[in-house]
Structure formats: structure tokens, C-alpha cells
Design a protein around this ligand. Structure first.
Ligand SMILES: Nc1ncnc2c1ncn2[C@@H]1O[C@H](COP(=O)(O)OP(=O)(O)OP(=O)(O)O)[C@@H](O)[C@H]1O
Ligand SMILES: [Mg+2]
Length: 438
């Protein structure tokens, strides 16, 4: 860690390496585990790193040169710090809302940014996103934005028996749920009075509880396989690095349980996916930077789930993409921001897969269960092709069936000669881990 004692005359300033006054300084918004790879890479690139996070215990704190206890969504506070510390660059890595802050603060400081603030709103607010994408001719599901329970009941009428309800401004699938009118009626069968409206309003309230702005989206339920597209835009031109097959939980929640790449969908489907992803990226007017685009391949063709103007999370860009393509997207993303040459050439064509470990409850009562024992960790680690096994919880911690990404218990990552091989290896490792719950 570099420490500067500014009260001393210059000849007494203490520095572990080089002269920090020749080093370019960077603000990295977010110091959680997700941002650690970017913090480390920025340091490797010779930058003096300030990590910003509202959490004083953020794991990235010790990786950075300096830590600033500032919320990444408090744009005024970040601006104040930027004026004080005068960083050369201000970036974030894999979180959504800081994308807005970075765009706004860079604009206020008169600095370049890969995406304008107005466009960053369209990349982080699902209502603004749907509107922009529709205007730009990107295929999206039928949708409505609602701001009250009355409006909700009115707007869901044309959406049919099944529709998706989601908060406008949250992530990690928090509050995203499928409403199935038929199932709700079946569930209530036998009871004297079936009040469908009441049941539907419970769903609205659930989703509304996760919306910061209070805005909720109701959408046509898209069926078909789902993928994510990782890309990097350089000089306004999007370059698709890879397409990843996504696995999600059974309805009514949509939590990601695994990712495998490269995608095994047909060439025609993948061409359609590339086309939709490219249109979506262009609709954000990106001049440079990374995108993580989620797409459903419906019977009517590929349609956008959402697009983010940042690196993909869930270990896709930090682990899977380098393992299967050799492309270091974290480096690409940083290089864009600091004006270095961006090296997005693939050096490999292999498979990689992540499978999440989670509590599966047959009764699905939504209750929390205490972890009693964990076996097979070493065995899983020693499975051919496995590159890592990580548990986020320990004996004594609680887990419950998945309603959002934070309910997951751990993951395994594996490589293979192709996607099927990587998946097989990951599944084998997964089968070796035995967790007992009370
Ligand atoms: N209209 C829809 N039709 C079908 N499935 C949908 C629809 N909207 C969302 N989903 C499912 O719900 C998941 C989460 O939705 P979305 O990506 O909009 O929320 P999120 O909170 O940003 O999730 P994450 O951060 O995990 O990507 C999607 O990946 C998809 O599987
Ligand atoms: Mg999503």
C-alpha cells in the first residue's frame, strides 16, 4: 500500500514504489468481491487506485492504494471526492448503478466517458431502457410501466395469463417474478372465495418492495433459451467476444443457476442474437466500454431481456471468458477507459462453465435452513477440468431456496475442450458436494 504523509515536506513523503506523482490516478467505484479483479488489474497497469465503497469492510479495500468510504450511488459525494483527489480516470466494473455515477461525475469534471449520463440511465433503469430500445427498433417484449396498484391491475389486462413483474431499478433478479393467473387460481382451489385480484396485488407489492423509485414493469412472458452476450465497444464499434448459455431456476423466480460458453444454440439463432445485441449496444450510443446483454430466443426470434453498460458479473467476464476465449475483458474495459490499446483478440476456443451451489427445497416453503455439514469439497476441487470451487457460506450459516442471486451458497467453475465437456466437468464436481441442512 502506498501511504502519503502530506503534512511533511516533499522530500519526506513516503512511497513504496516509484513516484506516485508520475502515476495516473483512478477512482474505481465499488470495492466488493466483484470489483476486486479490476482493482488488481488497475494496479498491475501502474495506476494509483482509489477504491470507493459505502461498506467499510469491503474486501477490495486492502487491494487499493486508498479507500474512500463513499457510496457509489451518491454522485454528489463522488464528485466532491473527485474534485479533491483529482483522479485522471473514474470507472466502475460490474455493478449497474455506479455506471450512472461514473457517467455523471466524468461529465461534471469535463472528462471523457464511454457512455453519456442520459444513455447511462437507459442502461440502468429498466423502464427507460425498454423505451429507448423500442424507439431504436430493438426487439423487446410487450411491457408497461406502472406506478400504482390501480395502474398495475389495469395494465396487466392485455398481457395474458402469464406475465413478468419486475422493479425498474434493482438487480440480481431481486423482485423479478412470474405471475401466472391460472396457477394462482389453482392454488386457491378449494377455498370458498378465490380473490385473484388480491393474489395479483400480493405479487405487485412483492416487486414494488424491491423498487427504489417505486416504479414497476409488467412484461409479456418471453419463452425460449436465454443467453448473455459479452462485448467490448472500441471507437463506437461493438465487438462481440462470446455468447453464453444461461441456466435459470424454475418459475416463479428467475435466478441464474449456471452459465456455459460458448453457446450451443444454432448458427442462425446466434446470428439473430448478435444482431439484437449489436442494435441494443448502438442504441446506447456507446463510444467505448463493455456491455453485458441478456437475450431470450423466443419463437418470434431474439428479444432483449436487458443490457448493461458494464462487464458481466456472475464470474462470466472474470473467469469464464478468459478460460474459453483467452480474452481478458477486465483489461479491455480498463484499457478503453485509460486510452490504452484494447486487445480483444481471441487466443483460445474452448469451453467453460460455472454451476452455482444452492439449497433446493422440495417443499419450497421459503424458510431459512441452517447448514449442518459440508462434504466433498476436496473431491470436487480434484475433479478434472475444475478450476475453482468456492463456498460463500459455512456450517451454521442459513440458506433458503433461491429467490435472488444472494441466496446462492457457492459455485464450481470448470473448463473443457468445448462447452459440453466443461459442463460435464462442472456437473461432476457439483455432484460431489454434499450439504446437509436442518
Ligand atoms: N419479460 C420476460 N420474459 C421472460 N423472462 C424474463 C422477462 N424479464 C425477465 N425475465 C427473466 O428474469 C431474469 C431477471 O430479469 P432481469 O435481468 O430483468 O433482472 P435483474 O434483476 O437485472 O437480474 P440480473 O441482475 O440477475 O441479470 C432474466 O434473466 C430472465 O430470465
Ligand atoms: Mg438481468
Amino acid at each position: 500500500m502506498v501511504r502519503v504523509q502530506t503534512e511533511l515536506p516533499k522530500q519526506y513523503w513516503i512511497c513504496d514504489f516509484g513516484d506516485i506523482f508520475n502515476m495516473k490516478k483512478i477512482f474505481i467505484l465499488g470495492a466488493s468481491a466483484l470489483q476486486v479483479p479490476a482493482i488488481k488489474r488497475a494496479k498491475e497497469k501502474g495506476l494509483y487506485v482509489y477504491a470507493l465503497d459505502y461498506d467499510p469492510n469491503a474486501v477490495g479495500r486492502s487491494e487499493a492504494d486508498e479507500f474512500l468510504l463513499i457510496s457509489t450511488i451518491d454522485k454528489e459525494a463522488v464528485l466532491e471526492a473527485a474534485k479533491k483527489y483529482q483522479p485522471d480516470f473514474i470507472v466502475t466494473s460490474t455493478s449497474d448503478l455506479p455506471v450512472r455515477t461514473v457517467a455523471w461525475v466524468n461529465e461534471q469534471m469535463g472528462k471523457e466517458n464511454g457512455i453519456a449520463y442520459e444513455d447511462a440511465i437507459c442502461a440502468t433503469d429498466k423502464a427507460a431502457m425498454r423505451k429507448r430500445m423500442k424507439e431504436c427498433g430493438v426487439p423487446v417484449p410487450a411491457y408497461h410501466t406502472v406506478n400504482s396498484a390501480e395502474e398495475f391491475l389495469e395494465k396487466i389486462k392485455p398481457l395474458g395469463d402469464k406475465f413478468v413483474c419486475k422493479p425498474a431499478d434493482n438487480a440480481a433478479s431481486r423482485g423479478v417474478v412470474l405471475a401466472d393467473k391460472k396457477k394462482l387460481l389453482d392454488k386457491a382451489k378449494g377455498s370458498q372465495e378465490v380473490d385473484l385480484e388480491e393474489e395479483l396485488l400480493k405479487i405487485y407489492e412483492y416487486t414494488h418492495g424491491f423498487s427504489r423509485s417505486g416504479e414497476v414493469l409488467v412484461e409479456e412472458f418471453m419463452t425460449g433459451p436465454e443467453v448473455s452476450v459479452e462485448s467490448i465497444t472500441v471507437d463506437g464499434e461493438p465487438h462481440i467476444i462470446t455468447i453464453t448459455d444461461k441456466m435459470i431456476t424454475e418459475e416463479p423466480y428467475f435466478v441464474e443457476t449456471g452459465h456455459t460458453e460458448p453457446s450451443r444454440l444454432t448458427k442462425e439463432q446466434q446470428d439473430d442474437i448478435r444482431d439484437v445485441a449489436t442494435k441494443a449496444i448502438k442504441a446506447l450510443n456507446m463510444s467505448y466500454g463493455s456491455n453485458h446483454t441478456e437475450i431470450k430466443v423466443t419463437p418470434d426470434g431474439a428479444k432483449l431481456v436487458e443490457i448493461a453498460a458494464r462487464l458481466g458479473g456472475d464470474f462470466i467476464t472474470s473467469r469464464l471468458v478468459p478460460l474459453s476465449t483467452g480474452v481478458d475483458m477486465i483489461d479491455c474495459d480498463l484499457s478503453c477507459a485509460i486510452g490504452d490499446k484494447v486487445n480483444f483478440e481471441k487466443t483460445k476456443d474452448e469451453g467453460s462453465a460455472i454451476r452455482f451451489i444452492f439449497f433446493e427445497d422440495e417443499e419450497d416453503d421459503g424458510k431459512e435452513h441452517v447448514i449442518k455439514s459440508i462434504d466433498g469439497f476436496e473431491d470436487a476441487c480434484n475433479t478434472p477440468g475444475v478450476t475453482e470451487v468456492v463456498l460463500y457460506k459455512a456450517i451454521g450459516d442459513k440458506a433458503r431456496s433461491l429467490t435472488n442471486s444472494n441466496d446462492r451458497v457457492g459455485h464450481v467453475i470448470a473448463t473443457g475442450k468445448d462447452a459440453d465437456d466443461a459442463e460435464k466437468n462442472a456437473m461432476e464436481a457439483l455432484s460431489k458436494i454434499h450439504i446437509l441442512y436442518d
